[in-house]
Design a protein around this ligand. Structure first.
Ligand code: S3P
Length: 431
């Protein structure tokens, strides 16, 4: 177990590239496996979660080679996956488990998806239900949790409205829809990330999407592609926040994924007073990519609720941890989902911030972190409970504290951003 000690002060100055986007990498790997031919994916995520996806795909008989941040996947076509001899281990990755469940629902064999202790506690009924409606047989622990034993086969097309907005559930249903007997439709009240739709189109699938209704045609011929994964905006957010915590800082991030369904967090930063610019916008493989520049500025603070929660779900820990640096603090509601992420993110973050002296009120569906008037944070030893985004959020909060902060078992950051601590060090060293 490695601990990271964060000494406060200094400033951020320089430029950085982000590792490949985690969400997009999962989808490219899964669709490449179902395509015909050899797909090349450049800048594939270094995130441990995306390695888990590659390993699962390998166990389904797909040839996967990788060198540097380039991955080559020789797809076996829609009907070419092989019955796995062993369990498919998604480790810490909810996206891997939920999206693969959709694919496995359409396979004429039995397979088992499992994960680490955190993932085995997370709710899976949200994918089990629609996939059962489509005709898959799925057994789970207590009806909700992994391991999931899936016996797939011929599927019925459905018209489905998930009870909670979730890109993972949407993706599971759309992927299963590739194996259905007609057009599968999914309706969402909040536009969640649309990487599956965009990637399916890139591979030659047919997906229509208008006003929250997404429909996928079954049995497309998917064809191998050369793809480049944009930098991960959800990882960039930690570096942007560090720039906002440390006076005198300025940062340029290159080749960042700016898909509008993911970029709401930049608008929120701007609404708090952050000077952010996004030059060099272009479209690559259907995804918007650009640079992001940010300078330090005083933050106003703000409230997050309703649709904003799904739109910024992975960024909420970092935004909450900026509360003590914002004039009015940060208040979050309608975010019960945070309690069933890699950890109970409301409880874990509240505990970490409180031990650093922050004034935090916890609600069943959110939290309030008091602003500057509650006083300066002080260094402490904090435990992110194995949750990558909490480890990084607390590390950034520690940059403006008084005294050193020790992040226990900080290696969990590698689940999404293995280079985070080294990049933070490099950018601070330049000042
Ligand atoms: C993801 C969707 C979100 C997000 C997760 C990645 C995806 O989960 O929190 O980190 O890649 O589709 P939900 O679909 O559960 O909201």
């Amino acid at each position: 177990m490695s601990r990271e000690t964060i000494s406060p002060g200094g400033s951020i100055d320089g430029a950085a590239e982000l590792p490949g986007d985690k969400s997009i990498s999962h989808r490219y790997a899964i669709l490449a496996a179902l395509a015909e031919g050899r797909t090349e994916i450049a800048n594939y995520a270094s995130a441990a979660d995306c390695r888990s996806t590659l390993e699962c795909v390998r166990r389904l008989g797909v040839e996967v080679e990788s060198s540097d941040h380039r991955v080559f996947i020789t797809g076996r076509g829609l009907d070419g996956l092989k019955e796995p001899r062993r369990e498919l281990d998604a480790e810490n990755s909810g996206s891997t488990m939920r999206m693969l469940a959709g694919v496995l629902a359409g396979q004429p064999f039995r397979s088992t998806l499992t994960g680490d202790a955190s993932l085995r506690r997370r709710p899976m009924r949200r994918v089990i239900e629609p996939l059962r409606q489509m005709g898959a047989e799925i057994n789970s622990r207590d009806g909700d949790c992994a391991p999931l034993e899936i016996r797939g086969g011929k599927l019925r097309a459905i018209d489905y409205t998930p009870p909670i907005p979730s890109a993972q559930v949407k993706s599971a249903v759309l992927l299963a829809g590739l194996y259905a007997d007609g057009v599968t439709t999914l309706r969402e009240s909040v536009a969640t990330r649309d990487h599956t739709e965009l990637a399916l189109r890139e591979f030659g699938g047919s997906v229509e999407s208008a006003r929250g209704t997404i429909s996928v045609q079954p049995r497309p011929k998917l064809t191998a592609r050369q793809l480049v994964v944009p930098g991960d905006l959800s990882g960039a957010v930690f570096l942007i926040a560090a720039t906002l915590v440390l006076p005198g800082s300025s940062l340029m991030l290159r080749n960042v994924g700016l898909n509008p369904t993911r970029a709401h967090v930049l608008d929120f930063f701007i609404s708090m007073g952050a000077p952010i610019r996004v030059p060099n916008l272009q479209s690559r493989n259907g995804e918007l990519v650009g640079d992001v520049s940010v300078r330090h500025a005083a933050l106003a603070g703000g409230n997050i609720s309703g649709a904003q929660v799904a739109e910024m779900i992975d960024e909420l820990p970092m935004l909450a941890a900026l509360g003590p640096y914002a004039e009015q603090g940060i208040e979050i509601h309608d975010a019960k989902e945070l309690r069933v992420k890699e950890s109970d993110r409301i409880a874990t973050l509240a505990a970490g911030l409180r031990s650093m002296g922050a004034r935090v009120e916890e609600f069943p569906d959110g939290m309030r972190v008091e602003g500057r008037s509650a006083g300066k944070l002080r260094g402490a030893t904090v435990d992110p409970q194995g949750d990558h985004r909490i480890a990084m959020a607390l590390a950034v909060a520690a940059l403006g504290a008084e005294g050193d902060t020790v992040i226990r078992a900080a290696e969990c950051a590698a689940v999404s951003y293995p280079e985070f601590f080294a990049t933070l060090k490099r950018l601070r060293g330049a000042s």
